[in-house]
Design a protein around this ligand. Structure first.
Ligand code: AMP
Ligand code: MG
Length: 345
């Protein structure tokens, strides 16, 4: 009987996730009059997405959620590396594409590749497959197997014009390191056009849009890597910003006491081991925050801080293997809940 109940509940939950959960929530008295919170949950891009918009109760807010859900569904269908019908899969099969969105994302990825000294590398898909990260069939490949993939890996082997992207022989791209950030940017742009504020959680990629109706800060938790239900610290932010975390706890397997995480170091083609458990990047653009969070995780704290010193478009929180936390100065008055060191400017 209990098993049947569990099954019924699981089916109901699956149906709700597929259809998208919706809800309208009352806000505190000091919020703008007539404004409510409207929520929807979806399962896309291999992850749970929770959307919340603040707006009037005249149907326009629910319609906006419908639009955002449709936009995210379309982006998932186009950019997914596992869906054989996506534009990305078509590129990986044929070696060429003129899909404008793919061209845009690849050109942004190429810029972040250059900025990060090669740490962001979107052509690691053949290596991710060997490690079994895509299918969940994990194993530790021999270094020779990995090295044999070298001719197929390297952003410099891409050829990109205004109208066409061409891959080198055997190359396969994976945009998993920045697709959710890009999707968050697209949602933010649409919400701004519709004059709606809100907060989107695209599988841990957080995007705030505008200000909260009651004027308080957005409070965003950074997860404790060792406790899925707990936050290590919180960030208090205002206005529109992207907050993206890359960490070794998001997808990994363990063998002989070693943890192998899903972020690969392009230099070794092995899971990055740079002394970090997680990096959180706060930036104006979701794509920048997402791409850089992955790259900074590969680089490790010192090199990441060098990159931060030469840039002006992001702030970061580093959680090191020894449990210590380092924040860049722009966030020092915005962090609460854990002791931290402020990085040298
Ligand atoms: P994220 O969760 O944003 O840090 O992105 C990690 C995902 O990007 C992985 O699941 C892989 O699909 C892919 N990936 C792994 N290592 C890299 C890398 N060094 N550069 C770019 N993409 C990567
Ligand atoms: Mg990323």
């Amino acid at each position: 009987m209990k098993r049947r109940m569990d099954r019924a509940l699981a089916l109901l939950l699956c149906a709700a996730l597929l259809l998208g959960l919706s809800g309208c929530i009352l806000l505190p008295d000091n919020a703008e009059p007539g404004v409510r919170a409207f929520e929807r949950s979806l399962f896309l891009m291999d992850t749970q997405m929770d959307l919340r918009v603040y707006g009037p109760e005249d149907g326009s807010s629910s319609a906006a959620l419908d639009e955002l859900a449709a936009l995210l569904t379309e982006l998932d269908a186009r950019l997914s590396v596992t869906n054989p019908d996506s534009a990305l899969s078509a590129l990986n099969r044929s070696g060429a594409s003129s899909d404008r969105e793919l061209l845009l994302l690849v050109s942004e990825a190429r810029r972040l590749h250059a900025r990060s000294g090669g740490a962001l590398e979107i052509s690691l898909y053949p290596a991710s497959l060997l490690w079994g990260f895509t299918a969940g069939s994990y194993r530790v490949p021999a270094q020779e197997e990995l090295e044999a993939l070298r001719p197929r890996i390297g952003t410099e082997k891409l050829s990109l014009s205004d109208t066409e992207l061409t891959l080198a022989e055997g190359m396969q791209l994976d945009l998993g390191a920045l697709a959710k950030g890009y999707a968050a940017d697209r949602c933010r742009e649409r919400m701004e056009e519709l004059k709606l504020s809100g907060i989107l959680n695209l599988g841990g990629n957080i995007q705030t849009v505008g200000d909260k109706p009651d004027g308080s800060d957005w409070v965003i938790g950074i997860r404790d890597p060792d406790d899925a239900g707990a936050y290590l610290l919180t960030l208090n932010l205002s206005g529109s910003c992207a907050v993206v975390t890359s960490g070794d706890y998001q997808r990994y397997f363990e063998e002989d006491g070693v943890r192998y995480c899903h972020i690969l170091d392009p230099q070794t083609l092995r899971p990055a081991q740079s002394g970090l458990r997680s990096v959180t990047v706060v930036a104006e653009r979701g794509l920048t925050a997402d791409g850089l969070a992955t790259a900074l995780f590969v680089l490790g704290r010192e090199k990441a801080l060098e990159l931060w010193r030469s840039a002006g478009d992001f702030e970061a929180v580093f959680l090191s293997d020894d449990g210590s936390v380092t924040v860049t100065p722009g966030l020092k008055d915005r962090v609460a809940g854990h002791a931290f060191e402020v990085a040298e400017p």
